[in-house]
Design a protein around this ligand. Structure first.
Ligand SMILES: Nc1ncnc2c1ncn2[C@@H]1O[C@H](COP(=O)(O)OP(=O)(O)O)[C@@H](O)[C@H]1O
Ligand code: SF4
Ligand SMILES: [Mg+2]
Length: 403
């Protein structure tokens, strides 16, 4: 099966566009108290063969982003704007019949709780076979073993037989490290441990040969050793199949190990993005810095410094930066405007006035040095006006205590 996946991917890799393109996505929940802007204008891409991490505290909009891509939002949730393209095909507004083919076929999701996807009253084998019947076909061959072609010249495909589906299910269970797969197929979800169920979920998600796998906090409920095994397994299969993967987690440690690129979400928006090293070793946003400080190290078993303040209330968002009520460095401008996304370097970007201020401070210090050597920074005038503004505002507010 894996060979098939590899072949498909080689053929499809000829395009320039990103495999997944999310542009200005906005998803809201319309509750009696008002509109909850769970995802508020986020954009990102994922390519095949890459792992994107989405991190952020609980309630930041990670799952809603995943459900929006999968188009499995339930009422009162609704995509109210933006675009989600998979291989160039727009998914927003697509007919449910077409979506059902893509969902499960081209993209699969692993949920935090395996029981969200597994039915307790059916055996594992039954459920794996169903997924295969629904999303997989085999080339129809004539009695000489040649591919059957229809009158329009297209190859004809047929459904899996029960025996073939069983064989594939066994292969998938073996792939995810389940011993005695023949025996296991006859068992029911309650007969498995949490770690095993998570593996079965992965097998289930992969048996449809997805090109995009979304793993929504797949290890949160598992102990640390099993967590590591599950993540290694996802990475191993991803390397083998070349699929695109989105891993959602509140744990920055996970992204550092696994992800090519990372987006950090807060209040339904992306506040920082970059490659794993940018985010892990050179965070620029005050929220990302807080998240990093709260990761327990190998020596410190307990969380070091959880970010203070209560989680965000999406119904009552502050006017400026959503993190401002919890940020140690809030300036006046943070309360008035949403910080624009600024380029840090390469793919590293961040939306934080503190970062802008630090850059301005740096530039000012540099220009002072230049002035003193009689070099006029003429071209800086325009930028300096805006920047001076932020500088002026921020200097009033920030006690210069280096905190
Ligand atoms: N079914 C729902 N009804 C109302 N609001 C919801 C629902 N699901 C999610 N939300 C809102 O969207 C926000 C983001 O949720 P979610 O994406 O699940 O967060 P997380 O980052 O923990 O995955 C939540 O804080 C909540 O306010
Ligand atoms: S924009 Fe301002 S309030 Fe928001 S994280 Fe940055 S410094 Fe803090
Ligand atoms: Mg979630």
């Amino acid at each position: 099966m894996m060979e098939n996946i590899e072949k498909n991917i080689d053929v499809e890799n000829a395009t320039n566009e990103h495999f997944v393109e999310v542009k200005n996505l906005r998803t809201s929940f319309f509750v009696p108290a008002g509109e909850v802007k769970s995802v508020d204008g986020i954009s990102f891409n994922v390519d095949k063969g890459k792992i994107l991490g989405i991190v952020g505290e609980s309630g930041s909009g990670k799952s809603v982003t995943a459900y929006s891509i999968m188009q499995i939002l339930s009422a009162p949730g609704k995509i109210i704007g933006g675009s989600i393209k998979l291989e160039g095909k727009e998914l927003v507004g697509l007919h449910e019949k077409e979506l059902a083919k893509i969902r499960g076929g081209k993209m699969s999701i692993i949920f935090q709780d395996p029981m969200t996807s597994l039915n307790p009253v059916y055996s594992i084998g039954n459920q794996l076979r169903e997924a295969i019947y629904l999303h997989r076909t085999l080339p129809k061959l004539d009695k000489d073993g040649k591919q059957v072609i229809d009158k329009d010249g297209n190859p004809v495909f047929r459904k899996y037989t029960k025996k073939e589906a069983n064989e594939l299910a066994i292969k998938m269970l073996t792939e995810v490290g389940i011993n005695s797969p023949e025996k296991r197929l006859k068992q029911y979800p309650f007969e498995f441990s949490g770690g095993m169920l998570q593996r079965i979920m992965i097998a289930m998600a992969l048996c449809t040969e997805p090109d995009l796998l979304i793993a929504d906090e797949p290890t949160t409920a598992l102990d640390v050793t099993i967590q590591a095994q599950i993540l290694e397994l996802i990475q191993k299969i991803q390397k083998k199949t070349g699929m695109a993967v989105i891993i959602i987690t509140h744990d920055l440690g996970v992204v550092a190990e696994l992800c090519d690129e990372v987006i950090v979400m807060y209040g339904g928006r992306i506040v920082e993005r970059g490659n794993a090293d940018d985010i892990f070793y050179n965070p620029k946003h005050e929220y990302t810095k807080g998240l990093l400080a709260s990761i327990p190290t190998m020596d410190d078993k307990e969380r070091l410094e959880p970010i203070e303040g209560t989680a965000i209330d999406l119904l009552n968002l502050p006017k400026g930066c959503a993190f401002s009520p919890r940020c140690k460095n809030t300036m006046k401008i943070c309360l008035e405007q949403y910080p624009p996304e600024e380029l840090v370097e390469g793919v590293h970007r961040c939306s934080c006035f503190m970062y802008i201020k630090e850059e301005i401070d740096k530039e000012l210090a540099e220009s002072k040095t230049l002035e003193s050597t009689e070099v006029e920074a003429k071209e800086n005038t325009e930028e300096a006006k805006t920047e001076d503004n932020i500088e002026e505002k921020s200097n009033k507010e920030v006690a210069n205590d280096g905190e």
